[in-house]
Design a protein around this ligand. Structure first.
Ligand code: NAG
Ligand code: NAG
Ligand code: NAG
Ligand code: NAG
Ligand code: NAG
Ligand code: NAG
Ligand code: NAG
Ligand code: NAG
Ligand code: NAG
Ligand code: NAG
Ligand code: NAG
Ligand code: NAG
Length: 337
């Protein structure tokens, strides 16, 4: 009864706010309700009480092609704050046509969501929208990648131009590097430690001052738009002796890690292809996608991308299985990159 009241409330207020879109919304909410998303449908009612909520509903009603990741009724735990709720719902809506897209793992599908709140998204272009990544895994199921709670698409339905992927968990909006890779992270704790020990000169555009910061802190809060190839723990342990030797040479150590970074561009895995990209140290990064996987090469080291598209508010991480031990740099290529 409570849910029914919530949906009715939305329809009443939606008519006032949205005019001609009310018919679409009424049908859409009925569809959600009748396909096992009564709680998610009811949540939409609360969007009207936030500043950005009506705009999200309006976009969905615009006749464009959208994908909605809709948590089922068991999965639907959401925040109570109206603005947080609007951001969360916006992150569950992807614009574009994804019918017929192959989503096999290593060839991930990326979609831009409606989420662009600058508190939560700081990609290279101001106002850039955050993405969501999904792929078919070896179990044959479509997984939303790198979620706090693994989220699987359990059903697909359509309502007009909206494709609804039922998911078994609410999606998590990408969190900061420090939150995504906590100090005890099972895969990347050693990389976090290594990056925390490398000092780099960082120009802070807010203060116009160049300060010495840890590489980790620059990635965590300084850069807007970056791609990091992050060696996993066993990769770091495998070159511990090399890293220890380099520790006395700050330039060499920071150059090595700059060769794992593309500064200024968030390059998701579908765009890591035959073209070479340039690292923050000015060295070429080249890529191969073949039957055994996706590979990145710097200098004379080739590493496999073993976990693509770990999303951050301000960039993306691709986890690799080797350290790209390359302390060469090309200052002119770095500055033009
Ligand atoms: C939503 O579903 C419930 C239970 O299936 C039903 O009682 C209610 O009338 C439905 N509401 C709408 C708006 O369709
Ligand atoms: C998918 O949803 C439709 C509509 O609710 C339902 O009829 C169908 O049984 C569902 N399929 C699966 C596999 O859950
Ligand atoms: C919904 O509203 C938007 C913005 O007001 C408008 O551009 C769009 O045409 C409307 N869509 C429909 C289906 O009426
Ligand atoms: C659905 O999208 C197609 C192609 O973009 C468009 O021609 C059509 O008008 C849309 N349908 C609705 C109901 O908005
Ligand atoms: C990934 O799959 C899409 C759709 O099948 C295709 O267009 C694209 O070229 C593929 N990407 C790579 C790197 O193979
Ligand atoms: C990708 O998925 C398609 C459709 O499910 C399948 O036919 C194809 O063999 C898969 N490719 C690989 C490399 O797994
Ligand atoms: C939601 O999905 C999970 C996983 O498939 C399932 O266990 C649960 O029963 C579903 N809840 C509903 C209400 O369908
Ligand atoms: C930083 O420098 C820019 C360009 O010279 C200037 O517009 C801006 O006001 C400066 N900001 C601060 C905090 O000094
Ligand atoms: C840049 O300066 C601002 C203002 O002092 C500060 O809040 C921010 O943390 C600095 N950024 C970094 C990466 O140190
Ligand atoms: C430190 O490393 C850089 C870059 O590899 C190299 O050019 C330089 O000679 C090294 N300095 C010392 C003192 O070994
Ligand atoms: C990419 O870089 C590699 C290694 O430096 C080089 O051999 C190759 O020719 C480059 N490819 C392109 C397309 O520039
Ligand atoms: C794919 O490329 C990697 C890196 O170049 C190579 O080691 C591997 O043998 C290749 N696999 C196949 C099946 O060609």
């Amino acid at each position: 009864m409570r849910l029914f009241a919530a949906v009715s409330l939305l329809l009443a207020s939606a008519s006032a706010v949205l005019g001609q879109n009310a018919t679409f919304l009424e049908g859409f909410l009925n569809h959600l309700n009748s396909t096992g998303h009564t709680r998610f449908g009811g949540i939409a009612a609360r969007l009207n009480s936030s500043a950005a909520g009506p705009s999200v509903l309006n976009q969905l009603s615009s006749g464009g092609l959208y994908v909605l990741f809709a948590p089922n009724d068991t999965a639907c735990d959401v925040p109570s704050d109206a603005d947080e709720l609007t951001d969360l719902v916006a992150y569950h809506i992807v614009s574009g046509n994804f019918s017929g897209v192959t989503t096999n793992y290593t060839n991930t599908t990326l979609g831009r969501t409606l989420l662009s709140d600058p508190k939560l998204v700081q990609l290279e272009a101001p106002g850039e929208h955050q993405v969501v990544a999904w792929a078919t895994r070896a179990d044959g199921q479509v997984h939303v990648l790198n979620q706090l709670n693994d989220s699987i698409v359990t059903n697909t339905t359509t309502y007009e131009n909206v494709t609804i992927y039922t998911v078994d968990h609410v999606l998590t909006i990408p969190q900061t590097f420090a939150e995504t890779v906590p100090v005890n992270n099972a895969s990347l704790a050693d990389t976090r430690t290594a990056l925390s020990q490398v000092q780099v000169d960082y120009f802070n555009a807010t203060t116009n001052q160049t300060t010495t910061e840890s590489f980790f802190e620059v990635l965590n809060s300084g850069l807007h738009g970056f791609t990091l190839f992050a060696p996993n723990n066993s990769a770091i342990e495998g070159v511990a002796a090399t890293l220890a030797t380099l520790a006395s040479n700050r330039t060499a150590l920071s150059t090595l890690f700059q060769n794992h970074l593309i500064n200024g561009s968030t390059v998701y895995s579908p765009l890591l292809s035959s073209a070479n990209l340039t690292s923050a140290a000015g060295e070429p990064l080249s890529f191969v996608l073949n039957a055994t996987g996706h590979y990145v090469t710097s200098g004379n080291v080739t590493a496999q991308i073993i976990q693509p598209d770990v999303l951050l508010p301000n960039g993306v991480i691709h986890v690799i299985d080797r350290v790209l031990v390359n302390t060469d740099s090309d200052v002119s290529a770095a500055s033009s990159a």
